[in-house]
Design a protein around this ligand. Structure first.
Ligand code: GLU
Length: 467
């Protein structure tokens, strides 16, 4: 991993797209560079009384829009290069889905398995305190969120710490992905996986693309392999299987399994909960190691773990027709070229996993509005729909059953509104990328960078910083 230069990889993709934009070199350099990098070390007291020195980062990649936005990652291998790369991807991701934030990312180089929950809480609160001190967090400045190794629990600690130091009315908007009771929004947990599903569904609805791959349109009936059953991989798989796709392969830390006639996702989750492993799951073949399943046959491969999983070493053996990048940076640029050559349709990460930040945006809006989505209009809508049904009954011989009445007069609650906002965003963004793909005759990744660079560059031009 140490020789892998992730930020350089992101910039290679940027450089492929840049010539298709109208911007001069200086402006392109300004977009590419990370605007602020903060590296911190701090001590924490272990449960046994000893002291550990912890290292962390926060990178604000682009200040073209504020606040900046992006997750916080807890993993042993977190480093500055990775954090910069992920922050840059956030800038392009937000631009692609029209979320009005600059990109950021944070991380703490920590192996969670070595620390107790209390110790992780101390680490998280101290990290937050360090961010506050340097003005690297706040609803108008920089808004973290969950990423690999973090979730709503950590975001709850962050908002609580922030509130100790701030009486800002909008303090809850300092972080997203929070528990509902602390200002979270319904649907945020599912959001990234749900967005991955909407993106794949949109890609699979395009008759010409599917024909070129020798596939039918639609998700129904397609087979897929998922790498990682964390929050993103699990929810993507859940929505894929609910839409009729068949999960045939799974990779996790402990290894990988394959089952041609389909793995029942919920049974596998229950089995892993019980045994601590996906291995020896009933009816599935145990593969030699965790990466073997990446080169097994299926229609779609969904890497939903870490970067650089499909690389020069295994790309030539990949057998799927569609690579759906649910993780950030799962494909090296060398592997991308190999897969492209093989005719694989690559749905790029910056677009496909944007569901998380889209719903984070909704959560931030909820925090600024201080009201749950749907609270004001739900009952009003239901009454209006009831009046419509009454009018239809009065003017015709139609009589609605109680069940029909109930179904037809449902007002939207927060989850339904978040889901529909996410669906709209993912569908619109995909079609915008397709527009750039056909205009410039490039692949989807380059098209997505063209769209993103154009949006960010236009703002820099308008900022008048280059008189
Ligand atoms: N960590 C997620 C990502 O990589 C979500 C970021 C956010 O919600 O701000 O997109």
């Amino acid at each position: 991993m140490s020789t892998y230069k992730f930020f350089e990889q992101v910039n290679k993709n940027f450089d492929k797209a840049a010539p298709y934009t109208r911007f001069e070199k200086g402006l392109l350099d300004q977009i590419k560079i990370a605007n602020q990098v903060y590296e911190i070390t701090f001590p924490i007291r272990r449960d046994d009384g000893s002291i550990d020195v912890i290292k962390g980062w926060r990178v604000e990649h682009s200040h073209h829009k504020l606040p900046t936005k992006g997750g916080i990652r807890y993993s042993r291998i977190v480093n500055e290069d990775e954090t910069k790369a992920l922050a840059a991807l956030m800038t392009y991701k937000c631009a692609l889905v029209d979320v009005p934030f600059g990109g950021a990312k944070g991380g703490i180089a920590v192996d969670k398995r070595k620390y107790s929950d209390k110790e992780m809480e101390r680490i998280t609160r101290r990290y937050t305190y360090e961010l506050i001190k340097k003005n690297f967090i706040g609803p108008a400045v920089d808004v973290p969120a969950p990423d690999y190794g973090t979730g709503s629990r950590e975001m709850g600690w962050i908002v609580d710490t922030y509130r100790q130091f701030s009486n800002d009315l909008n303090a809850e908007g300092c972080v997203t992905g929070k528990p509902i009771q602390q200002g979270g929004v319904r649907g945020r947990t599912e959001a990234t996986g749900m967005g991955v599903f909407f993106g794949i569904r949109e890609a699979c609805s395009k008759a010409d693309d599917m024909k070129a791959l020798g596939l039918e349109t639609g998700v129904d009936g397609k087979t897929f392999i998922v790498q990682g059953l964390g929050n993103v991989g699990y929810h993507a798989s859940k929505y894929m299987t609910e839409a009729g796709a068949s999960l045939v392969g799974v990779a996790e830390q402990e290894g990988s399994i394959y089952k041609k006639d389909g793995i029942d996702l919920e049974s596998l989750m229950a089995f892993r909960n019980e045994t601590g492993s996906i291995m020896d799951f009933e009816g599935a073949i145990n593969l030699p190691d965790k990466s073997t399943v990446l080169t097994e046959p299926a229609d779609i491969l969904i890497p939903a773990a870490l970067e650089n999983q499909i690389n020069e070493g295994n790309a030539k053996d990949v057998k799927v027709k569609i690579l759906a990048e649910a993780a950030n940076g799962p494909t090296s640029s060398e592997a991308h070229d190999i897969l492209k050559e093989k005719g694989v349709l690559i749905i790029p990460d910056a677009y496909l996993n944007a569901g998380g930040v889209v719903v984070s945006y909704f959560e931030w809006l909820k925090n600024l509005q201080h009201v749950r989505f749907g609270r004001i209009e739900k009952r009003f809508d239901e009454n209006a729909l009831r009046n419509v049904l009454d009018a239809v009954e009065n003017l015709s011989s139609i009589k609605f059953s109680d069940i029909e009445r109930l179904n037809l007069t449902q007002g939207a609650g927060e989850f339904e509104l978040v889901k529909s906002g996410l669906e709209e965003t993912m569908v619109t963004a995909y079609n915008e990328i397709l527009g750039a793909r056909s205009e410039y005759d490039v692949d989807l990744r380059t098209a997505s960078f063209i769209v993103a660079i154009n949006k960010v560059g236009t703002i820099y031009e308008q900022m008048g910083i280059f008189p």
